[in-house]
Design a protein around this ligand. Structure first.
Ligand code: FAD
Length: 496
Protein backbone atom coordinates (compact mmCIF):
# COMPACT_ATOMS: atom_id res chain seq x y z
CA UNK A 1 0.00 0.00 0.00
CA UNK A 2 1.37 3.51 -0.79
CA UNK A 3 2.32 5.70 2.22
CA UNK A 4 0.28 8.51 0.73
CA UNK A 5 -3.06 7.54 -0.81
CA UNK A 6 -3.24 7.85 -4.57
CA UNK A 7 -5.15 10.88 -5.76
CA UNK A 8 -6.65 11.69 -9.11
CA UNK A 9 -4.37 13.99 -11.13
CA UNK A 10 -5.71 17.47 -11.98
CA UNK A 11 -7.26 17.44 -15.47
CA UNK A 12 -5.06 18.82 -18.26
CA UNK A 13 -7.98 20.64 -19.88
CA UNK A 14 -10.86 22.60 -18.36
CA UNK A 15 -13.63 20.05 -18.27
CA UNK A 16 -16.71 22.16 -18.69
CA UNK A 17 -19.97 22.11 -20.61
CA UNK A 18 -18.46 24.02 -23.57
CA UNK A 19 -15.70 21.42 -23.89
CA UNK A 20 -18.22 18.61 -23.76
CA UNK A 21 -20.48 20.20 -26.33
CA UNK A 22 -17.71 20.94 -28.83
CA UNK A 23 -16.08 17.51 -28.57
CA UNK A 24 -18.99 15.46 -29.75
CA UNK A 25 -18.78 11.95 -31.12
CA UNK A 26 -18.86 11.50 -34.88
CA UNK A 27 -21.49 10.08 -37.16
CA UNK A 28 -19.92 6.62 -36.79
CA UNK A 29 -21.79 6.33 -33.48
CA UNK A 30 -24.99 6.50 -35.51
CA UNK A 31 -24.07 3.78 -37.99
CA UNK A 32 -27.13 1.92 -39.31
CA UNK A 33 -29.72 4.01 -37.49
CA UNK A 34 -33.13 4.24 -39.16
CA UNK A 35 -34.24 7.43 -40.91
CA UNK A 36 -37.27 7.60 -38.64
CA UNK A 37 -38.35 6.21 -35.24
CA UNK A 38 -41.63 6.28 -33.36
CA UNK A 39 -39.88 7.98 -30.49
CA UNK A 40 -36.45 9.41 -29.78
CA UNK A 41 -35.48 9.59 -26.12
CA UNK A 42 -32.79 12.21 -25.44
CA UNK A 43 -30.75 11.21 -22.41
CA UNK A 44 -30.41 8.02 -20.39
CA UNK A 45 -31.09 9.18 -16.84
CA UNK A 46 -33.53 6.97 -14.93
CA UNK A 47 -36.48 8.86 -16.44
CA UNK A 48 -35.13 8.47 -19.98
CA UNK A 49 -34.25 4.80 -19.49
CA UNK A 50 -37.66 3.99 -18.02
CA UNK A 51 -39.53 5.90 -20.75
CA UNK A 52 -37.52 4.09 -23.43
CA UNK A 53 -38.25 0.72 -21.88
CA UNK A 54 -41.98 1.36 -21.48
CA UNK A 55 -42.31 2.62 -25.05
CA UNK A 56 -40.38 -0.38 -26.43
CA UNK A 57 -42.59 -2.75 -24.46
CA UNK A 58 -45.59 -1.10 -26.16
CA UNK A 59 -44.04 -2.15 -29.47
CA UNK A 60 -42.73 1.31 -30.40
CA UNK A 61 -39.50 1.78 -32.35
CA UNK A 62 -37.28 3.62 -29.88
CA UNK A 63 -33.95 5.38 -30.35
CA UNK A 64 -32.16 6.26 -27.09
CA UNK A 65 -29.46 8.92 -27.49
CA UNK A 66 -26.96 9.57 -24.69
CA UNK A 67 -24.08 12.06 -24.94
CA UNK A 68 -21.94 10.24 -22.34
CA UNK A 69 -20.20 6.94 -23.12
CA UNK A 70 -22.23 5.22 -20.41
CA UNK A 71 -25.93 5.07 -19.49
CA UNK A 72 -27.50 6.24 -16.21
CA UNK A 73 -27.10 10.03 -16.08
CA UNK A 74 -26.82 11.02 -12.43
CA UNK A 75 -27.52 7.40 -11.46
CA UNK A 76 -23.86 6.78 -12.15
CA UNK A 77 -20.69 5.04 -10.95
CA UNK A 78 -17.05 5.04 -11.95
CA UNK A 79 -14.14 2.64 -11.59
CA UNK A 80 -10.68 3.62 -10.36
CA UNK A 81 -7.74 1.43 -9.39
CA UNK A 82 -9.89 -1.54 -8.44
CA UNK A 83 -12.58 0.50 -6.65
CA UNK A 84 -16.12 1.20 -7.84
CA UNK A 85 -17.63 4.44 -6.59
CA UNK A 86 -21.40 5.04 -6.57
CA UNK A 87 -22.42 8.64 -7.09
CA UNK A 88 -26.10 8.75 -6.19
CA UNK A 89 -26.81 5.42 -4.52
CA UNK A 90 -27.39 6.61 -0.97
CA UNK A 91 -31.05 5.98 -0.35
CA UNK A 92 -34.53 6.15 -1.80
CA UNK A 93 -38.06 5.20 -0.69
CA UNK A 94 -39.44 1.65 -0.69
CA UNK A 95 -41.52 2.54 -3.79
CA UNK A 96 -38.43 1.85 -5.92
CA UNK A 97 -39.00 -1.88 -5.41
CA UNK A 98 -42.46 -1.75 -6.97
CA UNK A 99 -41.28 0.50 -9.80
CA UNK A 100 -38.42 -1.83 -10.70
CA UNK A 101 -40.68 -4.88 -10.54
CA UNK A 102 -43.45 -3.35 -12.64
CA UNK A 103 -41.43 -1.53 -15.27
CA UNK A 104 -38.09 -3.40 -15.34
CA UNK A 105 -37.78 -6.88 -13.85
CA UNK A 106 -38.35 -8.97 -10.74
CA UNK A 107 -34.62 -9.62 -10.55
CA UNK A 108 -33.87 -5.91 -10.24
CA UNK A 109 -36.64 -5.42 -7.68
CA UNK A 110 -35.28 -8.26 -5.55
CA UNK A 111 -32.05 -6.31 -5.07
CA UNK A 112 -33.76 -3.48 -3.20
CA UNK A 113 -32.89 -3.72 0.50
CA UNK A 114 -33.50 -1.55 3.51
CA UNK A 115 -30.54 0.47 4.80
CA UNK A 116 -29.86 -0.98 8.25
CA UNK A 117 -28.67 2.04 10.13
CA UNK A 118 -29.13 5.75 9.53
CA UNK A 119 -27.18 7.87 12.01
CA UNK A 120 -27.11 11.52 12.92
CA UNK A 121 -24.22 13.20 14.69
CA UNK A 122 -24.33 16.95 15.28
CA UNK A 123 -23.99 19.38 18.21
CA UNK A 124 -27.72 19.01 19.02
CA UNK A 125 -28.00 15.21 19.05
CA UNK A 126 -26.38 11.90 18.22
CA UNK A 127 -28.79 9.10 17.40
CA UNK A 128 -29.55 6.12 15.21
CA UNK A 129 -32.88 5.51 13.46
CA UNK A 130 -34.58 3.13 11.06
CA UNK A 131 -36.12 6.18 9.34
CA UNK A 132 -39.68 4.99 9.87
CA UNK A 133 -42.65 6.93 11.18
CA UNK A 134 -42.70 4.77 14.32
CA UNK A 135 -39.05 5.35 15.05
CA UNK A 136 -39.21 9.10 14.41
CA UNK A 137 -42.22 9.28 16.75
CA UNK A 138 -40.32 7.34 19.44
CA UNK A 139 -37.29 9.62 19.13
CA UNK A 140 -39.26 12.87 19.19
CA UNK A 141 -41.35 11.72 22.17
CA UNK A 142 -38.79 9.82 24.25
CA UNK A 143 -35.54 11.58 23.44
CA UNK A 144 -36.73 15.09 22.62
CA UNK A 145 -39.57 15.14 25.20
CA UNK A 146 -42.38 16.31 22.89
CA UNK A 147 -45.91 15.12 23.87
CA UNK A 148 -47.06 12.27 21.63
CA UNK A 149 -50.28 14.03 20.59
CA UNK A 150 -48.20 16.85 19.07
CA UNK A 151 -46.27 14.38 16.94
CA UNK A 152 -49.45 12.58 15.90
CA UNK A 153 -51.00 15.96 15.05
CA UNK A 154 -47.98 16.76 12.87
CA UNK A 155 -48.29 13.49 10.97
CA UNK A 156 -52.06 13.95 10.56
CA UNK A 157 -51.44 17.43 9.19
CA UNK A 158 -48.95 16.05 6.63
CA UNK A 159 -51.32 13.28 5.62
CA UNK A 160 -54.15 15.76 5.00
CA UNK A 161 -52.05 17.92 2.68
CA UNK A 162 -53.08 17.99 -0.96
CA UNK A 163 -50.61 19.00 -3.65
CA UNK A 164 -53.29 20.72 -5.72
CA UNK A 165 -54.62 22.90 -2.88
CA UNK A 166 -53.61 26.53 -2.69
CA UNK A 167 -51.33 26.41 0.33
CA UNK A 168 -48.97 29.22 1.14
CA UNK A 169 -47.60 27.97 4.46
CA UNK A 170 -43.82 27.49 4.55
CA UNK A 171 -42.07 24.57 6.21
CA UNK A 172 -40.69 26.98 8.82
CA UNK A 173 -44.22 28.13 9.70
CA UNK A 174 -45.43 24.54 9.90
CA UNK A 175 -42.58 23.54 12.23
CA UNK A 176 -43.21 26.65 14.34
CA UNK A 177 -46.86 25.58 14.61
CA UNK A 178 -46.13 22.05 15.85
CA UNK A 179 -42.69 22.33 17.48
CA UNK A 180 -42.23 26.01 18.40
CA UNK A 181 -38.59 26.96 18.99
CA UNK A 182 -37.47 23.29 18.92
CA UNK A 183 -34.68 23.61 16.40
CA UNK A 184 -33.41 20.16 17.38
CA UNK A 185 -36.67 18.59 16.16
CA UNK A 186 -36.60 20.79 13.04
CA UNK A 187 -33.09 19.55 12.34
CA UNK A 188 -34.06 15.89 12.66
CA UNK A 189 -37.06 16.37 10.39
CA UNK A 190 -35.43 18.66 7.85
CA UNK A 191 -31.73 17.93 7.49
CA UNK A 192 -32.02 14.62 5.59
CA UNK A 193 -34.43 16.18 3.13
CA UNK A 194 -32.19 19.20 2.60
CA UNK A 195 -29.29 16.84 2.02
CA UNK A 196 -31.35 14.91 -0.48
CA UNK A 197 -32.71 17.74 -2.57
CA UNK A 198 -31.44 21.06 -1.30
CA UNK A 199 -34.82 22.22 0.05
CA UNK A 200 -34.98 24.95 2.70
CA UNK A 201 -37.31 25.97 5.54
CA UNK A 202 -38.67 28.81 3.43
CA UNK A 203 -40.14 26.63 0.70
CA UNK A 204 -43.78 25.50 0.66
CA UNK A 205 -44.73 23.12 3.47
CA UNK A 206 -46.61 21.01 0.92
CA UNK A 207 -43.39 20.07 -0.89
CA UNK A 208 -41.86 19.09 2.44
CA UNK A 209 -44.98 17.08 3.31
CA UNK A 210 -44.83 15.06 0.11
CA UNK A 211 -41.17 14.16 0.49
CA UNK A 212 -41.53 13.42 4.18
CA UNK A 213 -44.53 11.14 3.65
CA UNK A 214 -42.73 9.30 0.85
CA UNK A 215 -39.24 9.20 2.20
CA UNK A 216 -39.31 9.30 5.96
CA UNK A 217 -42.13 6.94 6.77
CA UNK A 218 -41.06 3.43 5.77
CA UNK A 219 -37.28 3.54 5.94
CA UNK A 220 -34.49 4.16 3.46
CA UNK A 221 -33.67 1.63 0.74
CA UNK A 222 -30.70 0.91 -1.49
CA UNK A 223 -29.90 -1.26 -4.52
CA UNK A 224 -27.71 -4.12 -3.37
CA UNK A 225 -25.15 -4.91 -6.06
CA UNK A 226 -24.33 -1.29 -6.84
CA UNK A 227 -25.27 1.18 -9.54
CA UNK A 228 -23.16 -0.65 -12.14
CA UNK A 229 -25.15 -3.84 -11.66
CA UNK A 230 -28.49 -2.03 -11.95
CA UNK A 231 -27.58 0.05 -15.01
CA UNK A 232 -25.95 -2.90 -16.81
CA UNK A 233 -29.05 -5.01 -16.25
CA UNK A 234 -31.29 -2.18 -17.43
CA UNK A 235 -29.21 -1.85 -20.58
CA UNK A 236 -29.63 -5.56 -21.31
CA UNK A 237 -33.40 -5.33 -20.79
CA UNK A 238 -33.57 -2.39 -23.19
CA UNK A 239 -31.60 -4.32 -25.80
CA UNK A 240 -33.86 -7.36 -25.34
CA UNK A 241 -36.88 -5.11 -25.84
CA UNK A 242 -35.44 -3.77 -29.09
CA UNK A 243 -34.35 -0.26 -28.06
CA UNK A 244 -31.68 1.16 -30.38
CA UNK A 245 -29.15 2.56 -27.85
CA UNK A 246 -26.49 5.03 -28.98
CA UNK A 247 -23.94 6.51 -26.59
CA UNK A 248 -21.51 9.38 -27.32
CA UNK A 249 -24.42 10.93 -29.20
CA UNK A 250 -25.09 14.53 -28.28
CA UNK A 251 -28.42 15.94 -29.42
CA UNK A 252 -27.71 19.44 -30.67
CA UNK A 253 -31.14 20.46 -31.90
CA UNK A 254 -34.78 19.47 -31.58
CA UNK A 255 -36.59 20.33 -34.80
CA UNK A 256 -40.04 21.89 -34.68
CA UNK A 257 -42.15 22.47 -37.78
CA UNK A 258 -45.51 24.25 -37.55
CA UNK A 259 -45.60 23.72 -33.80
CA UNK A 260 -44.89 19.98 -34.07
CA UNK A 261 -41.68 18.20 -32.99
CA UNK A 262 -40.29 16.32 -35.97
CA UNK A 263 -36.86 15.02 -35.01
CA UNK A 264 -33.36 15.87 -33.84
CA UNK A 265 -29.90 16.70 -35.05
CA UNK A 266 -27.47 14.44 -33.25
CA UNK A 267 -23.70 14.43 -33.86
CA UNK A 268 -24.44 16.51 -36.95
CA UNK A 269 -26.96 14.02 -38.40
CA UNK A 270 -30.69 14.56 -38.69
CA UNK A 271 -33.07 11.79 -37.58
CA UNK A 272 -36.87 11.97 -37.70
CA UNK A 273 -39.37 10.78 -35.10
CA UNK A 274 -43.11 10.96 -34.51
CA UNK A 275 -42.50 11.97 -30.95
CA UNK A 276 -39.61 13.13 -28.73
CA UNK A 277 -38.98 12.62 -25.03
CA UNK A 278 -36.23 14.84 -23.65
CA UNK A 279 -34.52 13.68 -20.48
CA UNK A 280 -32.12 16.62 -20.68
CA UNK A 281 -32.99 19.24 -18.02
CA UNK A 282 -36.10 21.32 -18.62
CA UNK A 283 -34.08 24.55 -19.05
CA UNK A 284 -31.62 23.22 -21.66
CA UNK A 285 -34.43 21.35 -23.44
CA UNK A 286 -36.43 24.53 -23.98
CA UNK A 287 -33.71 27.17 -24.21
CA UNK A 288 -30.97 25.29 -26.06
CA UNK A 289 -32.39 22.30 -27.88
CA UNK A 290 -35.75 23.65 -29.05
CA UNK A 291 -35.19 27.41 -28.80
CA UNK A 292 -37.44 29.85 -26.89
CA UNK A 293 -38.90 31.20 -30.15
CA UNK A 294 -41.01 28.04 -30.42
CA UNK A 295 -42.91 28.77 -27.17
CA UNK A 296 -45.34 31.42 -25.98
CA UNK A 297 -43.82 34.42 -24.18
CA UNK A 298 -45.82 33.64 -21.08
CA UNK A 299 -44.48 30.09 -20.98
CA UNK A 300 -40.87 31.27 -21.30
CA UNK A 301 -41.33 33.84 -18.56
CA UNK A 302 -42.70 31.09 -16.28
CA UNK A 303 -39.67 28.94 -17.15
CA UNK A 304 -37.36 31.83 -16.24
CA UNK A 305 -38.84 31.74 -12.73
CA UNK A 306 -38.16 28.02 -12.25
CA UNK A 307 -35.21 27.56 -9.93
CA UNK A 308 -32.93 24.56 -9.95
CA UNK A 309 -31.99 22.69 -6.81
CA UNK A 310 -28.47 22.89 -5.45
CA UNK A 311 -25.57 20.77 -6.63
CA UNK A 312 -23.19 18.44 -4.81
CA UNK A 313 -19.58 17.82 -4.03
CA UNK A 314 -18.37 14.36 -3.20
CA UNK A 315 -15.19 12.86 -1.82
CA UNK A 316 -14.61 9.26 -2.91
CA UNK A 317 -12.52 7.16 -0.56
CA UNK A 318 -11.28 3.74 -1.68
CA UNK A 319 -10.03 1.57 1.18
CA UNK A 320 -6.98 -0.60 0.61
CA UNK A 321 -8.00 -4.16 -0.32
CA UNK A 322 -6.11 -5.59 2.68
CA UNK A 323 -7.89 -3.28 5.16
CA UNK A 324 -11.35 -3.21 6.67
CA UNK A 325 -13.52 -0.53 8.23
CA UNK A 326 -15.37 -1.26 11.46
CA UNK A 327 -19.13 -0.82 11.10
CA UNK A 328 -20.19 2.74 11.88
CA UNK A 329 -23.54 2.97 10.07
CA UNK A 330 -24.62 2.84 6.45
CA UNK A 331 -25.75 6.43 6.04
CA UNK A 332 -24.28 8.88 8.52
CA UNK A 333 -25.47 12.49 8.58
CA UNK A 334 -22.79 14.57 10.30
CA UNK A 335 -22.53 18.27 11.03
CA UNK A 336 -20.50 20.51 13.29
CA UNK A 337 -22.79 23.49 12.70
CA UNK A 338 -24.67 24.52 15.89
CA UNK A 339 -28.17 24.34 14.34
CA UNK A 340 -29.89 23.39 11.09
CA UNK A 341 -29.08 26.08 8.53
CA UNK A 342 -29.64 25.51 4.80
CA UNK A 343 -27.04 28.18 3.89
CA UNK A 344 -24.39 26.49 6.03
CA UNK A 345 -25.27 23.16 4.37
CA UNK A 346 -24.14 24.47 1.00
CA UNK A 347 -21.32 26.81 2.09
CA UNK A 348 -17.74 26.50 0.77
CA UNK A 349 -16.69 26.41 4.40
CA UNK A 350 -17.93 22.84 4.87
CA UNK A 351 -19.52 21.90 8.21
CA UNK A 352 -21.89 19.10 7.11
CA UNK A 353 -21.18 15.83 5.34
CA UNK A 354 -23.18 12.67 4.76
CA UNK A 355 -21.14 9.49 4.64
CA UNK A 356 -22.38 6.53 2.65
CA UNK A 357 -20.42 3.49 3.63
CA UNK A 358 -20.32 0.61 1.16
CA UNK A 359 -19.29 -2.56 2.97
CA UNK A 360 -18.10 -5.62 1.03
CA UNK A 361 -21.66 -7.06 1.04
CA UNK A 362 -22.58 -4.44 -1.56
CA UNK A 363 -20.36 -6.14 -4.16
CA UNK A 364 -19.29 -9.43 -2.53
CA UNK A 365 -17.20 -10.48 -5.55
CA UNK A 366 -14.89 -7.46 -5.04
CA UNK A 367 -14.70 -7.63 -1.24
CA UNK A 368 -13.83 -3.94 -0.80
CA UNK A 369 -14.90 -1.04 1.37
CA UNK A 370 -15.57 2.37 -0.13
CA UNK A 371 -16.84 5.53 1.52
CA UNK A 372 -18.48 8.42 -0.30
CA UNK A 373 -18.84 11.74 1.50
CA UNK A 374 -21.58 13.92 0.00
CA UNK A 375 -21.70 17.66 0.53
CA UNK A 376 -24.41 20.00 -0.74
CA UNK A 377 -22.93 22.86 -2.75
CA UNK A 378 -23.75 25.88 -4.83
CA UNK A 379 -22.77 25.77 -8.50
CA UNK A 380 -21.74 29.44 -8.57
CA UNK A 381 -19.23 28.99 -5.74
CA UNK A 382 -17.26 26.56 -7.91
CA UNK A 383 -18.05 27.63 -11.47
CA UNK A 384 -15.75 30.63 -11.79
CA UNK A 385 -12.69 29.49 -9.84
CA UNK A 386 -9.44 29.59 -11.80
CA UNK A 387 -7.77 26.21 -12.42
CA UNK A 388 -5.36 26.79 -9.51
CA UNK A 389 -8.11 27.96 -7.13
CA UNK A 390 -10.25 25.03 -8.16
CA UNK A 391 -7.52 22.49 -7.43
CA UNK A 392 -6.73 24.11 -4.07
CA UNK A 393 -10.41 24.09 -3.06
CA UNK A 394 -10.74 20.42 -4.07
CA UNK A 395 -7.62 19.41 -2.13
CA UNK A 396 -8.85 21.30 0.94
CA UNK A 397 -12.21 19.56 0.71
CA UNK A 398 -10.55 16.14 0.52
CA UNK A 399 -8.18 16.83 3.44
CA UNK A 400 -10.89 18.23 5.71
CA UNK A 401 -13.17 15.33 4.89
CA UNK A 402 -10.54 12.79 5.92
CA UNK A 403 -9.96 14.77 9.10
CA UNK A 404 -13.67 14.75 9.91
CA UNK A 405 -13.91 11.02 9.13
CA UNK A 406 -11.25 10.29 11.75
CA UNK A 407 -13.90 10.88 14.41
CA UNK A 408 -15.70 7.74 13.19
CA UNK A 409 -12.76 5.64 11.99
CA UNK A 410 -9.73 6.85 14.00
CA UNK A 411 -6.98 5.34 11.82
CA UNK A 412 -8.73 5.90 8.50
CA UNK A 413 -5.70 7.63 6.94
CA UNK A 414 -3.66 4.42 7.13
CA UNK A 415 -6.41 2.48 5.36
CA UNK A 416 -6.99 4.70 2.35
CA UNK A 417 -5.71 3.53 -1.01
CA UNK A 418 -7.38 6.01 -3.39
CA UNK A 419 -8.95 9.47 -3.15
CA UNK A 420 -10.85 11.57 -5.62
CA UNK A 421 -13.36 14.42 -5.48
CA UNK A 422 -16.20 15.77 -7.60
CA UNK A 423 -17.72 19.25 -7.56
CA UNK A 424 -20.75 20.88 -9.21
CA UNK A 425 -18.48 21.40 -12.23
CA UNK A 426 -17.93 17.65 -12.45
CA UNK A 427 -21.66 16.96 -12.24
CA UNK A 428 -22.32 19.45 -15.02
CA UNK A 429 -19.50 18.17 -17.22
CA UNK A 430 -20.54 14.53 -17.22
CA UNK A 431 -24.31 14.91 -17.36
CA UNK A 432 -24.80 18.43 -18.79
CA UNK A 433 -27.20 18.93 -15.90
CA UNK A 434 -28.17 22.61 -15.69
CA UNK A 435 -25.88 24.32 -13.15
CA UNK A 436 -24.78 20.88 -12.01
CA UNK A 437 -28.06 20.38 -10.17
CA UNK A 438 -28.34 17.01 -8.44
CA UNK A 439 -32.13 17.01 -8.16
CA UNK A 440 -33.35 19.01 -11.16
CA UNK A 441 -35.73 21.87 -10.57
CA UNK A 442 -37.75 22.98 -7.59
CA UNK A 443 -41.46 22.13 -7.47
CA UNK A 444 -42.58 24.73 -10.05
CA UNK A 445 -40.59 22.91 -12.77
CA UNK A 446 -43.22 20.15 -12.83
CA UNK A 447 -45.90 22.47 -14.24
CA UNK A 448 -43.61 23.59 -17.07
CA UNK A 449 -42.60 20.02 -17.83
CA UNK A 450 -46.23 18.89 -18.02
CA UNK A 451 -47.23 21.87 -20.16
CA UNK A 452 -44.53 21.17 -22.79
CA UNK A 453 -46.65 19.07 -25.23
CA UNK A 454 -49.33 21.78 -25.21
CA UNK A 455 -46.71 24.21 -26.47
CA UNK A 456 -45.01 21.92 -29.01
CA UNK A 457 -47.00 18.87 -30.15
CA UNK A 458 -45.15 15.58 -29.79
CA UNK A 459 -42.53 17.00 -27.42
CA UNK A 460 -42.33 15.58 -23.91
CA UNK A 461 -39.98 16.02 -21.01
CA UNK A 462 -39.15 13.37 -18.42
CA UNK A 463 -36.69 14.07 -15.63
CA UNK A 464 -36.19 15.51 -12.19
CA UNK A 465 -38.70 18.32 -11.86
CA UNK A 466 -40.30 19.27 -8.61
CA UNK A 467 -40.00 17.50 -5.34
CA UNK A 468 -42.20 14.49 -6.08
CA UNK A 469 -40.57 13.75 -9.42
CA UNK A 470 -36.97 13.82 -8.22
CA UNK A 471 -34.45 11.26 -7.10
CA UNK A 472 -34.20 7.73 -8.47
CA UNK A 473 -37.81 6.83 -7.73
CA UNK A 474 -39.37 10.10 -8.85
CA UNK A 475 -37.39 10.17 -12.09
CA UNK A 476 -38.23 6.55 -12.96
CA UNK A 477 -41.93 7.04 -12.16
CA UNK A 478 -42.09 10.23 -14.17
CA UNK A 479 -40.56 8.31 -17.07
CA UNK A 480 -43.52 5.89 -16.88
CA UNK A 481 -46.10 8.69 -16.78
CA UNK A 482 -44.54 10.48 -19.74
CA UNK A 483 -44.23 7.32 -21.82
CA UNK A 484 -47.98 6.74 -21.37
CA UNK A 485 -48.75 10.24 -22.66
CA UNK A 486 -46.28 9.88 -25.53
CA UNK A 487 -47.73 6.50 -26.47
CA UNK A 488 -51.26 7.93 -26.58
CA UNK A 489 -50.02 10.75 -28.79
CA UNK A 490 -48.49 8.30 -31.28
CA UNK A 491 -51.69 6.23 -31.22
CA UNK A 492 -53.70 9.37 -32.01
CA UNK A 493 -51.46 10.05 -35.03
CA UNK A 494 -52.03 6.52 -36.25
CA UNK A 495 -55.80 6.93 -36.01
CA UNK A 496 -55.93 10.26 -37.85
C1 FAD B 1 -24.33 13.49 -5.79
C2 FAD B 1 -25.73 13.05 -5.99
C3 FAD B 1 -26.35 12.27 -5.03
C4 FAD B 1 -27.65 11.83 -5.21
N1 FAD B 1 -28.20 10.98 -4.29
C5 FAD B 1 -29.42 10.45 -4.50
C6 FAD B 1 -29.96 9.49 -3.61
O1 FAD B 1 -29.33 9.09 -2.65
N2 FAD B 1 -31.21 9.02 -3.85
C7 FAD B 1 -31.94 9.42 -4.93
O2 FAD B 1 -33.05 8.93 -5.08
N3 FAD B 1 -31.43 10.30 -5.80
C8 FAD B 1 -30.19 10.82 -5.63
N4 FAD B 1 -29.67 11.74 -6.50
C9 FAD B 1 -30.56 12.27 -7.55
C10 FAD B 1 -30.82 11.29 -8.67
O3 FAD B 1 -29.62 10.67 -9.05
C11 FAD B 1 -31.44 12.07 -9.83
O4 FAD B 1 -32.59 12.78 -9.38
C12 FAD B 1 -31.90 11.17 -10.98
O5 FAD B 1 -30.94 10.15 -11.23
C13 FAD B 1 -32.10 12.05 -12.18
O6 FAD B 1 -32.58 11.31 -13.26
P1 FAD B 1 -33.11 12.03 -14.55
O7 FAD B 1 -33.84 11.02 -15.32
O8 FAD B 1 -33.80 13.30 -14.20
O9 FAD B 1 -31.89 12.44 -15.46
P2 FAD B 1 -30.34 12.67 -15.33
O10 FAD B 1 -29.75 11.70 -14.42
O11 FAD B 1 -30.08 14.11 -15.13
O12 FAD B 1 -29.87 12.27 -16.79
C14 FAD B 1 -30.03 13.07 -17.91
C15 FAD B 1 -29.26 12.39 -19.04
O13 FAD B 1 -29.41 13.14 -20.23
C16 FAD B 1 -28.15 13.19 -20.91
N5 FAD B 1 -28.19 14.36 -21.77
C17 FAD B 1 -28.33 15.65 -21.39
N6 FAD B 1 -28.33 16.45 -22.48
C18 FAD B 1 -28.18 15.64 -23.55
C19 FAD B 1 -28.12 15.87 -24.96
N7 FAD B 1 -28.21 17.10 -25.46
N8 FAD B 1 -27.95 14.81 -25.78
C20 FAD B 1 -27.85 13.55 -25.28
N9 FAD B 1 -27.91 13.27 -23.97
C21 FAD B 1 -28.09 14.30 -23.11
C22 FAD B 1 -27.15 13.28 -19.79
O14 FAD B 1 -25.87 12.92 -20.19
C23 FAD B 1 -27.76 12.32 -18.77
O15 FAD B 1 -27.31 10.99 -18.97
C24 FAD B 1 -28.38 12.21 -6.36
C25 FAD B 1 -27.76 12.99 -7.33
C26 FAD B 1 -26.44 13.39 -7.16
C27 FAD B 1 -25.77 14.20 -8.22
Amino acid sequence: MPDIPLRAKPPKIKKDRAHRETNIGGKSHLKDTRDEYDVIVIGSGLAGLTSANCMAKQGRKVLLLEQHYILGGLAQYFKRRGHIFDISLHGFPIGMKKTLRKYWSKELANNIEQVKSVRFDNPQFTLETTFTREDFTRIIVEEFGIPEEKVVGFYDHLAAMNYYDENTMTTREMFEMFFPGRTDVWRLLMEPISYANGSTLDEPAISYGIVFSNFMSKGVYIYNGGTDDMINKMEQILIDNGVDIRTKCLVQKIHVENGIATGVTVNGQRIKAKCLISNAGIHPTINKLVGPENFSKDFISQLDDVKVNTSSCQVYIGIDKEEDVPYFGDLVFTSTHPEYDSDALTAMDITSRTYSVYYPEMRPERNRYTIVASINSKYNDWADLSDAEYQTAKDKMIDETIQSLEKYVPNIREKIHYLEAATPRTVEYYTLSHMGTSFGTKFDGLKISQELPNQVKGLYHAGSVGIIMSGWLGAANYGVIISNSADKYIASLEQS
